[in-house]
Design a protein around this ligand. Structure first.
Ligand code: FMN
Length: 200
């Protein structure tokens, strides 16, 4: 009987451990459509279906946006190589931190918080909302951080154009509410949000 209970406990513990993080598949580093075509098609869209991105698409998008393409440097530049920006994602199942070095998602808070990701109605429909967060202690200055942030946002736009996904960069969100939900420290600041999903 004791062994049975221990066995069930271990299974439940194992399931819980898995929920704590999502190990993303390796990003596809050679795919995608030609750059000039993507620039021609890049646009903001504000209408999303409920369809979720595949884990491969999530992996590719996050790696493209802020992943490591060399041992210690990323797909996007940062002034003075400060690398002060990190990504958080709000998915239907929870809020996660993108651990770029290990290319995995670490659970911050379980549950559907998409409504809190922004002030406009369409935000809650998007299966993915990306938050670009600066660690102001690591940053050279605010001006550089906003510049660095733009590279990430445009990369998300281009990846979405390549995949036929809809996206829009957003400055409209409730900073205080999101600071709490993301469990940010005093030195962390959300610079920009970006909604992503399949077009409706
Ligand atoms: C820094 C920044 C903040 C933005 N904030 C919002 C926003 O809060 N809500 C929104 O619907 N669109 C937002 N946008 C999208 C712009 O409205 C959009 O880029 C602009 O209308 C041009 O359209 P296009 O992206 O299709 O070229 C933002 C864009 C940027 C670059």
């Amino acid at each position: 009987m004791k062994t049975k209970i221990l066995f069930i406990f271990l299974i439940l513990w194992g399931c819980n451990m898995n929920a704590q993080e999502i190990k993303l598949p390796a990003p596809d580093r050679v795919g995608g459509q030609p750059l000039m075509k993507l620039l021609n098609e890049r646009k903001s869209s504000r209408s999303f279906s409920e369809k979720e991105l595949s884990e491969q698409q999530l992996s590719n998008l996050l790696w493209a946006a802020n992943g490591f393409n060399r041992e210690d440097k990323r797909t996007v530049p940062t002034a003075l190589n400060c690398q002060e920006l990190e990504l958080y994602v709000i998915l239907k199942k929870g809020i996660y931190f993108y651990n770029a070095k290990e290319h995995k998602l670490a659970l911050v808070k379980e549950g559907d918080y998409r409504k809190s990701a922004g002030l406009q109605d369409y935000v809650a429909d998007a299966p993915l909302n990306v938050l670009i967060v600066s660690d102001t202690k690591k940053a050279a200055n605010a001006q550089y951080s906003y510049t660095n942030c733009g590279y990430i946002s445009q990369t998300i736009y281009l990846y979405c154009a390549s995949e036929g996904l809809a996206t829009v960069a957003r400055g409209s969100f409730n900073k205080e509410e999101l600071n709490g939900l993301l469990q940010l420290s005093k030195s962390q600041e959300i610079l920009l949000a970006q909604s992503v999903g399949f077009p409706k």
